[in-house]
Design a binder for this molecule. Structure first.
Ligand SMILES: *[C@@H]1O[C@H](CO)[C@@H](O)[C@H](O)[C@H]1NC(C)=O
Ligand SMILES: *[C@@H]1O[C@H](CO)[C@@H](O)[C@H](O)[C@H]1NC(C)=O
Ligand SMILES: *[C@@H]1O[C@H](CO)[C@@H](O)[C@H](O)[C@H]1NC(C)=O
Length: 271
């Protein structure tokens, strides 16, 4: 019969088709499993520092300091430095609370020009991240963003003994009364007094000997506080250099000091 001879000839292609379907299904499922098996571990998000305004607003009690930061536009300077590569060592901010401002003699701040207010605020900011445990290794005077640290200018000395950290400006003796914020690029400490810089409030120093004409020329080209604020990169570099104690001898040349600075920065970053 025609039917009996036709049946086997139709089943052969069907078996082949089934086999092909099975093979392709197996291949597809194997393929689908591959990405899942080799999926990379989720990347850890880099911690982004908050704005200084967000940090101080959240902490409360810093409204006067925040007003000063904003009126001098130092708040955006700080935020830009936190974002930029120039402050790779991070920033330390000494924030006086409102009661430290109200303890000042009336008129203490009103007498300042805008440029002086900027210097006052910059005096509360250091271009490196100083963890609490490292104040005892800071070399005095500490360089703030206000600039020059020689007597009569903007020296800031820090002495530490465990959790007790004292700050002296030559005009006031203050102390660190707590940590407001710690991030990987920014640390904010509460200080119990407004850090009044010597240059603005200190006793006048006996006049320096009259400068020679050559020195006068040099003086003209000097970088003022405003220019220093516009060039945080240079400032940050100087500050981190100053933080590493200079060693005599060839081994501790520029490269050595730089290497130590990088190592220290890396260690802080990890912690
Ligand atoms: C900090 O100042 C206080 C009070 O003036 C003093 O008793 C303490 O010994 C000082 N500590 C350091 C580490 O300088
Ligand atoms: C800061 O410390 C340096 C070095 O120890 C010292 O010469 C200077 O008088 C101190 N200045 C102030 C304002 O305490
Ligand atoms: C700050 O402390 C030093 C040493 O402890 C002391 O000699 C100086 O008079 C103090 N200055 C002020 C303004 O209290």
């Amino acid at each position: 019969m025609a039917m009996q001879t036709q049946t086997p000839s139709m089943s052969t292609p069907m078996i082949l088709l089934l086999a092909l379907l099975c093979l392709s299904a197996a291949a597809r499922s194997a393929h689908a499993q591959t990405p899942a098996a080799t999926a990379p571990a989720p990347a850890t998000a880099a911690a982004t520092p908050k704005t200084i305004k967000a940090v101080l607003t959240k902490a409360g009690q810093f409204t006067k300091f925040l007003q000063l930061l904003q009126s001098t536009q130092e708040d955006s300077q700080i935020d830009n430095q936190l974002k930029g590569k120039s402050s790779s060592g991070g920033l330390t901010v000494f924030a006086p609370p409102d009661n430290a401002f109200s303890a000042l003699k009336s008129g203490t701040l009103n007498a300042l020009s805008d440029a002086q207010k900027t210097s006052l605020v910059q005096f509360h900011v250091v271009s490196q991240l100083i963890p609490m445990a490292q104040f005892d290794t800071a070399s005095n005077p500490l360089r703030t963003q206000a600039g020059e640290t020689r007597p009569g200018k903007y020296p800031l000395n820090v002495t530490a003994d465990g959790q007790q950290v004292n700050i002296s400006t030559g005009v006031v003796n203050a102390s660190v009364s707590g940590t407001v914020y710690t991030g990987d690029r920014l640390v904010v400490y509460q200080v119990d007094k407004v850090l009044l810089p010597w240059a603005l409030y200190g006793p006048a120093l006996p006049p320096a000997p009259a400068p020679s004409p050559v020195e006068k020329e040099k003086e003209k080209g000097k970088v003022g506080p405003k220019a220093a604020a516009d060039a945080p990169a240079a400032d940050a570099a100087t500050a981190s250099e100053a933080a590493v104690p200079a060693r005599p001898g060839g081994v501790w040349g520029q490269g050595g000091v730089f290497g130590v600075a990088v190592a220290v920065a890396a260690a802080w970053f990890v912690v």
